[in-house]
Design a protein around this ligand. Sequence first.
Ligand SMILES: [Zn+2]
Length: 263
Amino acid sequence: MPATVLIMIDGLRPEPLLNNPERYPNLSSFRSRSSWTLSASSIMPSTTLPCHMSIFHSVPPSRHCVTSNTWVPMEEPIPGLFEISYEAGLHTAIFYTWEPLRNISRLGHLSYSFFIDEKYNLLHGDEMIMNEAVRYLENYSHDFLFVYFGTVDTVGHDHGWMTEKYFEQIEIIDGLVGSLFKVLPSDPTVLVQADHGGHDFDHGISLLEDMTVPWMISGPGIRRDYQIKSAVSLLETAPTLARVLGIDPHPEWLGHCIDEIFE
Ligand SMILES: [Zn+2]
């Protein structure tokens, strides 16, 4: 099976891609060959760990019980995308720089895990992630990869969202995404999205600036240069990628597959 890759750009708002596409050539050309929306919705609270739990388990925080960046176990656990993928015999891998994300999969459901505590290393933190993902792709069996880039969010908190420094950091990530595209095996499916946006120096509330994120997916059988019409939220990621991976979504997931993207 060709690789399926979920690329997370933590804290990426859609406006830079919309207003200044030439500054981010790799993300812009990716969008032009994708089914995409620049108005997908985050969840409340629009905070990193609750968002990621919702992305991988397709339920809101009221169901997965994680309402802050402090993880707590689900009262009635449901499997997420890593669990159903691994149990279907797929190779699952995660690359990340922010330690709490270790809880987005359950023990025993990853073929490969790479963590390095470098979310605050603006120049090289995400580059380490990209390099390790490349090394993995070149050396090991792979079906589903989650690649997390954390520094755009770091800059948002330190320098403010929608500042020149924030735009510069998106440029760095754009370069890394371009490098990753170059080494991906043929015909991968790639979904690029954010978990939440941000305003001033923070995020976490129901402001549109926090709640609106890009969601762009490209791959075999997926419509190119197509603007998605139906509403997309973080809950749609797992069911849509499950279809790409050829596995049934878990019956308790509340999001739905975005069927209109398929040719
Ligand atoms: Zn985040």
